[in-house]
Design a protein around this ligand. Sequence first.
Ligand code: GLA
Length: 698
Amino acid sequence: MTEHAPAAQPTAAATTQPAPAGSWPRWPVGVEGLAYGGDYNPEQWPLATRVEDVELMREAGVNLVSVAIFSWAMLEPREGEYDWEWLDDVLDRLHGAGIRVALATATASPPPWLTRYHPEILPELADGTVLHQGGRQAYRVSSPVLREYALRMTRRMAERYGQHPALALWHVDNELGCHVPHDFSDDAAAAFRRWLEARYGTVDALNAAWGTAFWSQRYDSFDEVLPPRTAPTFANPTQQLDFARYSSDELLTHYRALRDVLREVTPHVPTTTNLMVSTGTKWMDYFSWSADLDVVANDHYLRAHDPEGHVELAFSADLTRGVAGGAPWILMEHSTSAVNWQPRNRAKGPGEMLRNSLAHVARGADAVMFFQWRQSVAGAEKFHSAMLPHAGTDTQVWRNTVALGEALRALAPVRGSRVHADAAIVFDYEAWWGAELDSHPTQALRYPNEVLAWYRQLWHRGITVDLVRPGADLSAYRLVVVPTLYLVSDDDAARVSAAAEAGATVLVTYCSGIADENDHVRAGGYPGAFRELLGVRTEEIWALQDGEHVVVDDGATADLWTEQTHLAGAEAVRRYASGPLTGWPAVTRREVSAGTAWYVGTRLDELGASRLVDELLGEAGVLPVVPAVPAGVEVVRRRGEAASDGSAASFLFVINHTDADVAVAAEGVDLLTGAAADTEVTVPAFGVAVVQETAPAR
Ligand code: GLA
């Protein structure tokens, strides 16, 4: 348990000079083709098992594993005393087998000695409850003490393994903010105040932004400000919003601090951390994180209760591509079968693991990785599936693991190709935070459900969608959907208007444009920021009770939220046909220069939304990836970089989520089977085909 010489000697690449900004590699170094592997936790196993692990990884075609994510207590069992030998051995063995390593900073779970001697690093809930050690992630990122220890461990790892030949990628901490997105401790209060001072400059500006004339909340100095700790009633909404912004920024600040050490010591190795982009992760504004990641990496798990979990998976993958700015990304974790942390955990059915994995690839992932390599026999995750299950290699899961490795090898030509979309949905974390604040017309609104509902309509029609942040350049899209964008800045709203003016069909849905970025209502009628574009003015919101619905004049129904909307340049496309707003417009349309702007002031049912989407697609001229996509089948195209004549390789992913064989128009060769597709490809029940198309895309 003492220090010894580094496992590998520094090479010429070694330097202590920071690399020039932006020059860091953007992909795990030395990984050929698509990356395949998972979290590998060798510290849970004896040597004989670790030897077998490497043999089996080779059998499965694994070429990248994430190591040492939760190893701090094993690497530094006592303060300042290090035990590197086991990890040296693991890395050397992996290297000997040609397997590359995404090495963690090992900081994701502080060792018990650290929280014993420094309980001041423990996080606190809004009511003052301290979250103790014994699980994981028991730290507050705002703690200078935690920061110092985490930086020290990170530097040790970088100095020890920075020149190890297996090192391909740095993995900073793990799922930052997963268990503790918000910390309300005194350290957090101090950091929040610093953040506010940087944002507002003066306390007067903070008072104005927070509207503190209300309820005697005026602050005389920043020192009086607190995080929104448990209070007798609703905390100031802008305080809540800014605390969410601060918390996301503070986690990112922690990432940056650790990353900067890695860049200083190992400028030849890219750095990332695993995000949790999905409809379930609310509190990290990943659009604002991605510029700091050399390559975007994401973890995604299916929601067992959702019969269309594969649609939510597709949504998350498209959103990850949006966060990555369209660049290839790493699927850092998903599951081979059941997880262990949902109320009822479902094992995956026939072909589901392959379909899930290749759906991520179809939507831009160039790496498929799992939690975890070998299923644990002890600890809180022993019932979580793995690539190598408890029951061993004579299992369907293991056969799936080997088959997926083969499939990914066959798909090597796909690497680096990109997805193109004519339709975009605007997605915004701040609008999510704002829309779900307390003291609103309804507490029943769930932002991701609203976005997912429109996404689902497009998924079922085989339409590829980009998920983009507000403020993105929307001018190339034919259809732009802006669901429930409760708060929006003037500039971002102008981008939406510009898209309509440039010829797009734009749909804005209820509870949009109401507030500015300080959560102040834009007076004069809703939907504030979009009133002029849409040619409407809502006088009053009529939220509906649980189970209550109204009828719309095309026979559809609507629930949750209705609006008393005046026409101010738009025409009414649908009107309410029952309830207190009978006769008032429910859906409107306005012609805007070259495009159109539609507004739907309520939550339409499936029938209503479906009819509306058909109209919008017809008007916008947006087509599915191939004609006549069969129900339950996912079709996505990735295109390679264009050659000088404009042609590019193209890959058609056809994922069959149904229990019947399907045929889809395609011409080329199925990379998974080697079979030629002359006019169509037949995809077996629950199967996948990836056709390298004969006619290159242009
Ligand atoms: C997250 C974590 C992993 C593991 C998995 C289980 O993604 O990063 O360490 O806990 O969840 O699904």
